[in-house]
Design a protein around this ligand. Structure first.
Ligand SMILES: [Zn+2]
Length: 226
């Protein structure tokens, strides 16, 4: 076989392998073809975590908790309660630095440090290596995505979230309800009391189910393996 021919055959052999090995690293929603959605809770464990765990348990569903290293450090029992309830543990970095606004030196180094410090505390307290990270404020620029990928993570944002906005609980509930769709990833927070979300979470879950959706963890929604 001539050298050129060999190269062409090699290219054909390698190309499909290359295709299959390329997995996405950044997601803000799941498949549009499947009636599944995920609920995600950020910044905890915190004041709303316990009540949220009760509501999830009553409804027999699993959610994904993007935990902050500092919070896990301050409230290891709260973090353990989330894990013991069978929910997915994900990394939300150590101290919640907003990398959109970051002006300091060595941004990439700082991003990786935040990711790995969060991971270390989660590992130490829960003995879990998270595979999902959500950077604070949904930072998902190529630098962060690359760092996440190099450390065995997928970066997860959300298709809808509004619990930090200034509106009544009724308006907020209506907005969440309207955002139910195939592959939706809902963002809520459990650091503060979050009375608004707690006032409608149970009903919201019923509404999602009534519309025929299954509520699953983010890694299940996206078919990512732990
Ligand atoms: Zn956050």
């Amino acid at each position: 076989m001539g050298k050129m021919k060999k190269i062409i055959v090699l290219m054909f052999l390698l190309f499909p392998v290359e295709c299959f090995s390329q997995t996405k690293t950044f997601y803000a929603e799941g498949s549009k073809d499947i009636k599944k959605v995920s609920l995600t809770f950020d910044d905890g464990p915190g004041k709303a975590t316990k009540k949220i765990l009760e509501i999830l348990k009553e409804n027999n569903i699993k959610a994904t908790f993007f935990m902050l290293g500092v919070r896990v450090q301050n409230d290891p029992e709260g973090a353990k309660a989330v894990l013991a309830s069978g929910h997915e543990i994900a990394n939300h970095t150590y101290t919640h630095i907003n990398f959109y606004a970051y002006k300091g030196e060595g941004k990439a180094i700082q991003i990786e440090k935040e990711l790995l410090r969060g991971e270390k505390i989660i590992k130490d307290v829960l003995d879990v290596k998270p595979i999902l990270v959500r950077f604070p404020h949904g930072y998902a620029k190529p630098d962060a995505v690359k760092i996440a990928k190099n450390n065995g993570y997928s970066v997860i944002n959300w298709s809808f979230g509004a619990d930090w906005e200034n509106m009544s609980a009724e308006e907020m509930h209506a907005k969440y309800r309207k955002a139910i769709k195939n592959g939706a990833i809902f963002l809520m927070h459990d650091l503060l009391k979050n009375d608004k979300v707690l006032s409608f979470l149970d009903v919201f879950i019923s509404e999602i189910k009534k519309e025929g959706y299954e509520i699953v963890t983010v890694s299940e929604l996206l078919n990512l393996k732990h």
